[in-house]
Design a protein around this ligand. Structure first.
Ligand code: GCO
Length: 437
């Protein structure tokens, strides 16, 4: 789209604006940064009906190993106001969510004013509720046309992503300050080093997906040559960041990384070094020219000779059976800051459990560890819990439970769990007692 086209779009969307009340002015972009306490979600996992995305394609191909399709998800496409009200009810002041590229640019170069206005409206509603929006541009899902054109295995996606980033940022200018470009572009590199095949790398499934989109070049985020995908993602991140800043010069932009606490176990030094060299070091180096680094932590693993070692019998475990010690958060935040040397933003952290009392205990203890790092001088800009809602956990479907709020799968009625309130009280208490909070 031409710059004139962007300006026309921004003018058209001016109606979807922010009322200039003094209260709003305080929460608006550019206001002095407070510690951001909030929750995180992602479009494909909560909106529902993301039919134009590559994930939708893969969920439906014959032989898919997705346990179930995303379907209506949490119906947040319609119920986003309820989601914001829940965040506000807990007294939290930030919401990270992702915008869906497949809705914003349904065909190459064809932008949807309605989709852009929809996302701008969500941001405005956040600001009106005293909530700082943090927008992720790419949270795993892409339009099916992007996948059909070679997806993330082809450097041509870099310019496509930058064009989409600029169109979105220009539309959100004045209502969003914080952007995450790409979500966890290092996750597939770790899988590659561990030699875990992404499901769709199986030729039959990839061929079925290619048939569904009418192109033999079908490639989505977790397919194919992970090292090439890494280089493409890092280029897309850099160009996307520059495109956002061209539209919003004061924007704070970073990427988010999947960073479990990792230590070398017996015989595991070489594997540890390899994971660090391939799936962490290049990303830390790239993040060092960003405004922040988004850290996302759930588990702790020890490396053995060829894979992670089995979890100790007495470890706190999540529903996947992975060890989830609360201390992992502080350890990873420290590692990330030591290497990237930019402020850290915890953009995801949580616990996949049906035991809400365990979730509360885990959250309190993890934030206690984070507090100690902050007290020791480590710059942390915020903490966003994954997730507000029980939602679509990719190939695992709706069984995992990361939410502070349960969602009825038929009616979409939201029921807060005790952990939502416990998180809110924890934050209120910290705000009373800690100047940084
Ligand atoms: C990821 C994503 C989220 C997940 C969350 C729980 O890490 O895979 O950013 O989309 O749902 O981390 O697994």
């Amino acid at each position: 789209m031409t710059p004139a086209g962007f300006d026309r779009r921004v003018a058209l969307l001016a109606g979807v604006g922010v009322a200039s009340t003094p209260a709003l002015a305080r929460t608006r972009v550019g206001a002095s940064p407070r510690f951001l306490w909030g929750v995180a979600t992602a479009g494909h996992q909560i909106e529902g009906g993301n039919v134009n995305s590559d994930y939708w394609v893969m969920e439906h191909v014959p032989g898919t190993y997705f346990k179930e399709p995303s379907g209506d998800a949490c119906d947040s496409l319609s119920r986003w106001r309820e989601d914001i009200a829940l965040i506000r009810s807990a007294g939290l002041n930030s919401y990270r969510f992702s915008v869906e590229w497949a809705r914003i640019e349904p065909e190459p170069g064809e932008f949807s004013d309605a989709a852009l206005a929809h996302y701008r409206r969500i941001c405005v509603a956040c600001l009106e509720a005293g909530i700082t929006p943090v927008v992720t541009l790419h949270h795993f899902s892409s339009p099916r046309w992007v996948a059909a054109m070679g997806g993330w295995e082809d450097f041509a996606v870099v310019d496509r992503f930058a064009r989409y980033a600029e169109a979105t940022a220009r539309t959100l200018s004045g209502v969003v300050d914080w952007f995450c470009t790409m979500n966890e572009p290092n996750a597939q590199v770790t899988s590659k080093v561990l030699q875990r095949k992404p499901w769709a790398a199986e030729p039959g499934l990839r061929a079925a997906a290619a048939r569904a989109v009418g192109s033999d070049r079908f490639h989505m985020y977790f397919l194919g040559d992970s090292f090439k995908v890494r280089d493409v993602c890092l280029a897309a991140h850099a160009k996307g960041r520059d495109a956002i800043k061209a539209a919003i010069p004061h924007a704070r932009v970073g990427m988010t990384l999947a960073l479990q606490e990792l230590t070398p176990g017996t015989g595991g030094e070489a594997l540890y070094r390899r994971i660090f060299a391939e799936a962490r070091a290049p990303f830390y180096a790239a993040a060092s020219s960003d405004d922040f680094l988004g850290v996302q932590t759930y588990n702790k693993f020890e490396t053995g000779a060829g894979d992670y070692l089995p979890a100790p019998a007495d470890a706190m475990k999540d529903m996947f059976g992975y060890p989830t010690p609360p201390g992992a958060l502080a350890a990873v935040v420290r590692e990330a800051y030591t290497h990237a040397k930019v402020p850290i933003f915890v953009t995801e952290h949580g616990n996949n459990t049906n035991d809400d009392a365990q979730r509360i205990q885990h959250l309190r203890s993890a934030i206690g560890g984070l507090e100690a790092e902050i007290a020791a001088g480590l710059p942390v800009q915020g903490y966003l819990h994954w997730s507000l809602l029980d939602n679509f956990e990719w190939s695992s479907g709706y069984v995992p439970r990361f939410g502070l709020v349960a969602v009825d799968r038929k009616t979409f009625v939201r029921t807060p769990k005790p952990s939502l309130n416990a998180y809110g009280s924890l934050v209120r208490n910290l705000r009373r007692n800690r100047p940084w909070a």
